[in-house]
Design a protein around this ligand. Structure first.
Ligand SMILES: NC(=O)c1ccc[n+]([C@@H]2O[C@H](COP(=O)([O-])OP(=O)(O)OC[C@H]3O[C@@H](n4cnc5c(N)ncnc54)[C@H](O)[C@@H]3O)[C@@H](O)[C@H]2O)c1
Length: 450
């Protein structure tokens, strides 16, 4: 009954939606939902983030939302806060907080639980929580217990849904608006409420599954699938290096098979906050049950070894050519055309080179010196162990022996090509096999995977 009333209030927009966590997932969601006319409270415990947003200081990936963001703030549809407020209106809480890799010191659900606790502080019968963070198997059930410990009955007078985010940053084809979403809902009313909410996100393209565990496993399995395939192709690239054949030619030829083959291309390893992390949630489940998940375990191990392999390959070549021990790492983020530096393979390659006594330079058009502290924390390093270059001008790069391209950002594509075509750096190592061979160039070009 209470949930039915919440649905009616939602249809009349007499409701507050609280979005917990204004990061890569929560911020665009807050802006998008605030356009629908619903009142959104964007909540983040990081005061620095709130202050930056209040000054309209957005990340590169958020710039396209700037006008809509400012408009929502001006018309009062989006309010930024560091904690929730009490209200008589029905409330929906959407949880978009980080879920770290669990270890002895930290549980993966630590931030999810604390955000849910904040929501529950002022919640009433008929309120609904939607989890969007990627969570370990069993987390949603533990949240049910947490809610019920406050005297509320999930599925009767309180709704709980798990709708994992699938966003693929910088993907121009598949965006928040057209990516279908898997969802678990505690009851039919909560599903109707979710449909109403997500009609403003992806046209309510929701695939309802029957249990929270299924939705949790789907999310981790999708990313395990990516990790395993990336690792498979990276190992193939290493074999191709030894066999002296080009891995890209093999993948392109295999891709002509019209069924049963999905091309993946080599690179310095999967980074970011999702692909190297979510598969670990399945490993944790297996561990708790006393069984193994060797495919994931092995893939994670190979993924971690890629930076060492690349640093060794470059060191060998520089030695054989009698070149100085210095390398420019080009592209520091974990993925092309994004500013996200979390768990990036570039930082690991730099670490490998530092241990070998190399002088290292780093360039990335997305690197924002104001966020250096954040990058260090995200990559588990205590200081910036390379010289950051502000550009790739002739004068700046003139002493460099090797340019190791980890990410091909569109923004520096032409300059990188020019550096190669004009032979401005003697050795270029392309981790993503994207530069086109130019027989006129005197630079030596090598790919990961020959
Ligand atoms: N980034 C992606 O591309 C992506 C894609 C799919 C799923 N996910 C998942 O979504 C979740 C969020 O990821 P993200 O990339 O947006 O993280 P993020 O680090 O960019 O943002 C999370 C925000 O939550 C805030 N926060 C932490 N605890 C809080 C609390 N108790 N209350 C309110 N705010 C709190 C942090 O200060 C931070 O600003 C993770 O589980 C992640 O795995 C991320």
């Amino acid at each position: 009954m209470q949930l039915k009333k919440t649905l009616e209030h939602l249809k009349k927009q007499q409701i507050i939606v609280e979005i917990y966590g204004l990061g890569y997932v929560g911020f665009p969601l807050a802006v998008r939902l605030s356009k629908s006319g619903i009142t959104i409270h964007g909540i983040d415990v990081n005061n620095n983030r709130i202050q930056r947003l209040n000054k309209n200081e957005l990340l590169d990936s958020e710039i396209n939302l700037k006008d809509e963001f400012i408009e929502s703030i001006i018309n009062g549809k989006l309010e930024l806060k560091n904690s929730p407020i009490k209200s008589d209106m029905p409330k929906i809480g959407i949880i978009c907080v980080p879920t770290p890799i669990p270890n002895e010191k930290i549980q993966s659900d630590i931030y999810v639980k604390s955000a849910v606790e904040s929501f529950l502080e002022f919640s009433k019968l008929g309120d609904v929580i939607i989890l969007e963070s990627s969570v370990e198997v069993g987390t949603t059930e533990s949240i049910i217990n947490l809610i019920e410990s406050k005297g509320l009955k999930v599925g009767k007078d309180f709704g709980l849904c798990f709708c994992p985010e699938r966003i693929d940053p910088a993907n121009k084809e598949w965006k928040i608006e057209n990516i279908p979403r898997v969802i678990y809902c505690s009851d039919d009313q909560s599903f109707q409420i979710s449909r109403e909410i997500y009609s403003n996100v992806n046209g309510a393209n929701l695939i309802r599954v029957t249990s929270p565990k299924i939705a949790e496993i789907v999310k981790s399995f999708e990313n395990a699938f990516r990790l395993v395939n990336i690792t498979l192709v990276n190992e193939l690239a290493i074999l191709c290096d030894k066999l002296d054949v080009n891995v890209k030619e093999i993948i392109d030829a295999a891709s002509t098979k019209p069924f049963g083959f999905l091309p993946h291309y080599p690179g310095a390893g999967a980074g970011g906050h999702c692909i190297p992390k979510d598969p670990r949630f399945l490993l944790e489940s297996a561990k708790k049950l006393g069984i193994k998940f060797d495919t994931i375990e092995h893939a994670l191990k190979i993924n971690e070894q890629m930076p060492k392999y690349i640093a060794n390959a470059i060191e060998e070549k520089l030695q054989s050519q009698g070149l100085e021990k210095n390398v420019l790492i080009c592209g520091l983020s974990y993925k092309a055309n994004v500013e996200d530096m979390r768990d990036s393979p570039s930082f690991k390659i730099i670490q490998e080179f530092k241990e070998k006594g190399f002088e290292i330079f780093g360039y990335d058009p997305f690197f924002d010196s104001n966020l250096t502290e954040k990058y260090l924390i995200e990559n588990h390093i205590s200081e910036l162990n390379f010289t950051k270059l502000d550009n790739l001008d002739d004068e700046t790069i003139k002493e460099i022996s090797c340019m190791c391209i980890v990410q091909h950002h569109d923004e520096n594509k032409l300059r990188v090509k020019e550096i190669y075509d004009k032979s401005l750096i003697p050795f270029i190592y392309d981790c993503q096999s994207k530069l086109l061979k130019n027989l006129q160039s005197n630079s030596h070009l090598e790919f990961l995977g020959n």
